[in-house]
Design a protein around this ligand. Structure first.
Ligand SMILES: O=P(O)(O)OC[C@H]1O[C@](O)(CO)[C@@H](O)[C@@H]1O
Length: 391
């Protein structure tokens, strides 16, 4: 079936002028992150100098290329933004390239002793070891008392709100800045999500993960629930092939979560045991496609990934960045139909996201005005959330 291409009549979000959300990410979050990375790991002098150079460049210089001898540099060679100011290029591209440059600076891909050392691991590990996680895991023991419908909703919402566990976001918002969550969703298509899964024979669900630890745990619990209730015969969990956006989940992070589950007690350990078995039986498949770290929207996805999503009964996109990539990170009026901007997607798709950037689609007329009147930073503060489905 030929699908329409994504509309392009709205400009992409560029980093832009001081005062914009995107600019604050580049001006505040990225320098703070370089500092945190340096403090967390004792890098040797050459890596420290590379981090200094990156900091100088993002705060003053034009965008430089990856060195020619950097492994994987070829994938970035033909990008059109080198030599331009960071402020003048698409936000999506600038953030993604920043993370790639940061990994180059710490020698993540280069042959030698620092290869494969995740600069964000100290933060991710601390979060996964936290007492808050114990509470979340022991709450699974209370699920048995719920009706099946309540269990569906609880596990879906717990995966959705898990998206607030985003370490990069907290670098600029701070714990205090992460306001109380607003329970009513700005869009709630969850009945449509369950209907898509109930229609026809159970098939594969692609779950495009976002953050590790406290977000990935409820995602895994949801995956187990889909398998255990026969909503899916297979869950393909899309992870990042390398560390990205601070807390995005890699294969190592997924394995750490499975370990955390199985070492817990009660229901959490049961879930962990089932999921480990599901991996060995190919019912839970871990994928780390290179495009998952690409600086482009999903309408540019390569053919093999398109085929994966096309053959799924449903693809669930977790989190804010996946949302931006799904809808194209453009200045859409908030009432632009979600189905229209995702019509290019090769199969049914759902977005589970807390709102952490300016881009949003699919709001009912009047909702924007209502939210503007009641919650000043509802678009970016992670206090509001949505479930959107296009089938
Ligand atoms: O982890 P998530 O939900 O994809 O959020 C990523 C964060 O980074 C941003 O892309 C900006 O840095 C925001 O949209 C969001 O705060």
């Amino acid at each position: 079936m030929t699908r329409p291409s994504q509309p392009t009549d709205r400009a992409p979000v560029v980093v832009g002028t001081p005062g914009s959300f995107a600019r604050s990410v580049l001006d505040e979050r990225h320098p703070a992150l370089i500092e945190r990375v340096r403090r967390a790991t004792p890098y040797p002098p050459d890596r420290q100098r590379a981090l200094d150079a990156l900091l100088d460049e993002i705060t003053g210089g034009p965008i430089g290329r990856l060195d020619d001898d950097e492994p994987g540099a070829g994938a970035w060679r033909d990008e059109p933004y080198y030599g331009q100011r960071w402020a003048d290029v698409p936000f999506l591209w600038a953030e993604s390239f920043f993370y790639r440059r940061l990994l180059a600076a710490v020698g993540y891909f280069a042959p030698g002793p620092w290869r494969g050392i995740d600069p964000f691991a100290p933060f991710k590990n601390a979060e996964l070891a936290g007492a808050g996680v114990d509470d979340e895991l022991s709450a699974l023991d209370r699920l048995a008392a719920l009706t099946p419908a309540e269990r569906d909703r609880t596990l879906l919402l717990s995966s959705l709100w898990g998206n607030r566990a985003d370490l990069g976001f907290r670098l600029s918002a701070g714990e205090a800045g992460l306001g109380d969550r607003v329970p009513g969703l700005v869009v709630d298509d969850s009945p449509a999500l369950w209907s898509v899964l109930a229609a026809g024979e159970p098939g594969t669900v692609c779950l495009v993960a976002d953050n590790a630890g406290p977000e990935l745990l409820p995602d895994l619990v949801l995956a187990d629930h889909l398998l255990a209730t026969g909503r899916a015969v297979r869950v393909v969990l899309h992870l990042k092939p390398y560390p990205y956006y601070v807390s995005d989940a890699t294969t190592a992070d997924a394995l750490a979560c499975l370990d955390r589950l199985t070492r817990a007690s009660g229901q959490a350990a049961e879930v962990g045991g089932r999921l480990r078995r599901a991996v060995t039986e190919d019912r839970l498949v871990l994928r780390a496609h290179p495009f998952s770290c690409a600086p482009h929207p999903y309408d540019r996805m390569p053919a093999d990934l398109r085929e994966d999503f096309a053959s799924a009964a449903l693809t669930v996109m977790k989190g804010d960045l996946n949302y931006r990539r799904l809808v194209g990170d453009r200045h859409w009026p908030a009432t632009t139909p979600f189905a229209e901007v995702t019509a290019y997607f090769p199969g049914p798709v759902a977005a589970l996201r807390t709102l952490k950037c300016d881009v949003v689609t699919g709001l009912a007329p009047g909702t924007t005005a209502e939210l503007d009147a009641t919650a000043r930073s509802w678009r970016t503060s992670g206090t509001h959330a949505l479930v959107q489905v296009s089938a």
